[in-house]
Design a protein around this ligand. Sequence first.
Ligand code: MN
Length: 197
Amino acid sequence: MSKKNLDDYEEKRDLEKSPEPKGDDNKSHDKPIFVIQKHDAQNLHYDFRLEIDGVLKSWAIPKGPSTDPSDKRLAIPTEDHPLDYATFEGVIPEDEYGGGEVIVWDKGTYENESVKDDEDLSIEDAYEEGHIKVWLKGKKLTGGYALIQTDSGDNPRWLLVKEDDSEADARRKPVKTEPKSVKSGKTIDDLKEEDDD
Ligand code: MN
């Protein structure tokens, strides 16, 4: 897969000083994956990443995902991340890019359900069109989600919206009620305490 997609990733961080993956184990999965990492950087946010074309296409979602179809969550696109970033959990040093604690808040596979004019659209084309529809199979999040680009150019903006399907639940509020990592069971605060020891 095209390595050049990861230039921004490598330029932004010093991978000798940050514990983040170097991206050298970048093998595509039989079933494409998604991951949501809770990241307590300068501003707390949730990094939503979808495996597309050999990388993790990425969006920072300040409020995190919702299971309520009436919520529209701002999703700010960020640089492509290597596939092996999907298992990364740990503490990025304070003075490095994105410094702060990261946990794997949710992870799983997805099915592409993107369409345009009643025709199935590849996930790559849907990304380019700025209108993605996926069915997530995570531990916390399941069901249909749409990612819709609302602004392009210098200030690109997308929205993440839960589809109104069998998995929708306006009362669940998983960002509030399910704070633990699906990888380790740890919370952001657990990582903070470990880091202080
Ligand atoms: Mn982040």
